[in-house]
Design a protein around this ligand. Structure first.
Ligand code: UD1
Ligand code: UDP
Length: 411
């Protein structure tokens, strides 16, 4: 008997991170019957991504409302996902990450006594309000989950510490790296994209995104004012900022940054255009989870606009730095990377610690083995392993630097 799977998605990052899992399930159509449920938590941003990946949802639950509250959104997802489960009768519901779609769909499946597979399980900031409500969503989903697809060894350790049995955890790498690798080989031009109007004048591009609920208001305002100061202080940079469709984000960003010289506000970019911007930019300022994971693939230093992160691997490997949202930190840390070539170089070296491009295959293989009641879910040597951390470059002491300059002067 085929294994019946529902894959649920509702927001842009879920589409990007589930796209290749869905394709991998559909490639094994002798073994799997797969239905895609689109809760519709996001409309425009998700529909763009689905079109790009050629995924047509089997169920479109259309839950998005303007300025939706978390409670009403959760209630609509619970109700509508239950209905989809009754109609499709899956063996497993796959959810991804920490959104309201992911948590509420896991709960709906659990109430229907259907097994839950949680992709990107085990990330923890250990602070219930940072990120809000994602830290709680992810922890709550863990309680309801049958198979935990932990992206890294650290996320596995977090789950073990909470008492999740080892045999229910598979370390897969993050599926976003699968998507990124598949896409980054495609040629792409900025013609006919929102980036077309950005002058090609050798300016260094600073890519900015921000949308977290805990940063709305004062933090977001600080960040905008810091960006204004940065372009004033550094005449050779341009800020490129694709603005999230959340009306609360847009109100602040548009009020403070519209019509500012060398700050380019754009609509959300489709994924391939965004990836090409990521590849071309100089550095990244972001509070996004996914972008923290993607930037190391292209050696782009990330300054994380948060107090803490549930994805500490990049900062542990020296490729990202958590700087918060204060005006001072944003101006100083960005200026440091713009002015100090060695500091920049230090943050742009090393392999991406989040994945190797084979996560989707691992997930689908583990689900097949679970359905066939095989153990282990995936042999240890087939799970994802982080490449060893590169040795940090040793900075020259002042004395060494002076000696180098003196020697260079004599030549
Ligand atoms: C959600 C996720 C967050 C994820 C982010 C990805 C939750 C609680 N949060 O946050 O984890 O990082 O998505 O982007 O699930 N809107 C539109 N059009 C769209 C998308 C959103 O108008 O295409 C509006 C919605 O109507 C809503 C607002 O943006 O008013 C916020 O959307 P919502 O899904 O509630 O939360 P996000 O902040 O986007
Ligand atoms: N992204 C995109 N277009 C944009 C901004 C981001 O396609 O204009 C992609 C980005 O590459 C990443 C994902 O969207 O894969 C991250 O989404 P978001 O920041 O909304 O959510 P988070 O990752 O914080 O949950």
């Amino acid at each position: 008997m085929k294994c019946r799977i529902i894959a649920v998605l509702g927001t842009r990052p879920e589409a990007i991170k589930l796209a290749l899992v869905i394709h991998a399930l559909r490639q094994r159509s002798q073994e799997f019957e797969t239905a895609v449920v689109h809760t519709g938590q996001h409309r425009t941003m998700l529909d763009h991504a689905l079109q790009f990946f050629k995924i047509k949802p089997d169920f479109d639950l259309d839950v998005m409302r303007p300025n939706q509250t978390l409670n009403s959104l959760t209630a609509r997802v619970l109700d509508t996902v239950e209905n989809a489960c009754h109609r499709f009768e899956p063996n497993m519901v796959l959810v991804q990450g920490d959104t309201t779609t992911a948590f509420a769909s896991a709960l709906a499946a659990y109430y229907c006594k259907i097994a839950v597979g949680h992709i990107e399980a085990g990330l923890r900031s250990h602070d219930l309000y940072n990120p809000f409500p994602e830290e709680a969503n992810r922890r709550l989903a863990s309680v309801l989950t049958e198979i935990h697809f932990a992206p890294t060894a650290l996320s596995r350790d977090n789950l073990l510490a909470e008492g999740v049995p080892d045999e229910k955890i598979v370390v897969t790498g993050n599926t976003v790296i699968d998507t990124l690798r598949a896409l980054s080989v495609l040629p792409h031009s900025w013609e006919n994209t929102p980036l077309a109007g950005i002058p090609d004048d050798n300016s260094r591009l600073v890519l900015v995104t921000s949308h977290r609920r805990e940063s709305l208001g004062t933090d977001q305002e600080n960040m905008c004012l810091a960006l204004k100061d940065l372009v004033k202080q550094h005449p050779d940079i341009r800020v490129v900022y694709p603005v999230h469709l959340n009306p609360n984000v847009r109100a602040t960003v548009n009020a403070l940054l519209q019509n500012t010289d060398r700050i380019h506000l754009t609509e959300p970019l489709d994924y391939i255009t965004f990836v090409s911007l990521l590849r071309r930019c100089f550095l990244v300022l972001t509070d996004s989870g996914g972008i923290q994971e993607e930037a190391p693939t292209f050696g782009k230093p990330v300054l994380v606009l948060r107090k803490l992160t549930e994805r500490p691997e990049a900062s542990q490997f020296g490729m990202a730095k958590i700087i918060g949202m204060s005006h001072e930190a944003i101006v100083n840390e960005t200026s440091r990377l713009l002015n100090d070539a060695e500091a920049y170089q230090d943050m742009s070296e090393g392999e991406n610690p989040y994945g190797d491009g084979h996560s989707s295959e691992r997930i689908v293989e583990a689900v097949a083995r679970w359905h066939a009641k095989k153990t282990p879910l995936l042999e240890a040597d087939k799970q994802f392993k982080l490449a060893p951390r590169p040795q940090p470059r040793r900075r020259k002491s002042d004395a060494e630097e002076n000696a180098r300059k003196a020697a260079a002067g004599k030549e």
